[in-house]
Design a protein around this ligand. Structure first.
Ligand code: AHR
Length: 317
């Protein structure tokens, strides 16, 4: 990966190979690394020449990378937008240059006429799945609030501020809570970004525990790495993650599976990073002048701790 939005090139070598410029967010999480590996492997397998750029969490680097893809006249540009806003100008530049754009994973507020399609998973549904699973689990397990009273206290580790997935997962979770017949049983006591990283997840969880450590019953972590960081903070505070605090996260990467097998986490809602093959097929179709749908939605599952051991061998990330 290059810094400052620079691009590295991997020529697949075939004469009719298309060139795809891909601007990645960074390498903040286990999920993101798996996604990068999947895209690189899929490009190679499909004979697509990949220009790959790592934006290191900076929108300006992603914009720079997209401009460099335009300048080198790639066949297709694809990127996962770090944040939702601020893309109109560069997307218009790509359109004016006649280069089709495929969004992946996160969304943008820009007009859909500025890109061809969006390969995505429904982050609102992921948040709702996380709440609905916890809601059923608390009832099924006969859980009672640790601090007494009649409400479970919920802590939330949110994702990257301004990103579509962070906003949607949070909204999905909170909406499902409001719509649940049990909505009165829950109170969100703290909710803050952990920037999708393990280090920040641990730091923010430490501060949650300082103020509300004797009360928190449930942790909703908007990605896997923050949940793993939080588990360290919970253990350091002398509490049992997965028992004293029920933990549900989104990603379902191997780190979460291992934590579930150790009894330290309760459920992982899937967000697949394995859309490289779909991206390569879509890019080829676009270059061949074939129609592609305006959105391409990815399938995802829910993995509670009791099936983690059995499922781990099937996990690819
Ligand atoms: O955009 C997807 C999110 O970004 C993943 O859930 C998270 O792990 C990553 O950093």
């Amino acid at each position: 990966a290059c810094s400052d939005g620079g691009a590295e090139s991997a020529d697949a070598g075939s004469e009719d190979s298309i060139t795809l410029g891909f601007a990645q967010v960074g390498s903040e999480s286990e999920w993101r690394t798996a996604n990068t590996d999947n895209i690189k492997a899929a490009a190679e397998a499909a004979g697509v020449t990949l220009q790959f750029s790592d934006a290191q969490q900076k929108q300006e680097n992603q914009i720079k990378a997209i401009r460099s893809f335009i300048a080198s006249d790639v066949d297709v540009i694809s990127f996962c937008p770090i944040v939702e806003t601020g893309w109109d100008t560069v997307l218009q530049e790509a359109k004016d240059a006649g280069i089709p754009v495929v969004l992946v994973d996160r969304g943008v507020t820009a007009d859909p006429s500025l890109y061809v399609t969006h390969i995505f998973a429904d982050a609102l549904k992921e948040g709702a799945n996380a709440f609905n699973w916890v809601d059923e689990y608390m009832t099924a397990e006969g859980k009672t609030p640790r601090a007494g009273g009649d409400q479970f206290q919920v802590a939330i580790l949110e994702g990257t501020v301004g990103s579509s997935v962070a906003a949607d997962r949070l909204q999905g979770f909170n909406d499902a809570m409001a719509e649940s017949p049990n909505s009165g049983k829950y109170n969100v006591i703290c909710s803050q970004t952990g920037e999708y990283t393990r280090a920040k997840g641990m730091e923010v969880m430490e501060s949650f525990l300082k103020s509300d450590g004797d009360k928190i019953d449930i942790l909703f972590s908007c990605n896997g790495d923050m949940a793993l960081g939080a588990i360290q903070a919970i253990e350091a505070a002398g509490l049992k993650p997965g028992e004293d605090i029920v933990i549900v996260s989104i990603d379902a990467a191997k780190g979460e599976f291992n934590a579930m097998i150790e009894g330290k986490m309760n459920c992982a809602v899937e967000h697949t990073p394995n859309f490289g093959e779909t991206l390569m097929e879509t890019a080829k179709k676009i270059v061949a002048g074939e129609e592609v749908p305006a959105t391409i939605e990815l399938e995802e599952g829910i993995f509670p701790a009791d099936i983690a051991e059995q499922e781990l061998p099937n996990r690819t990330y």
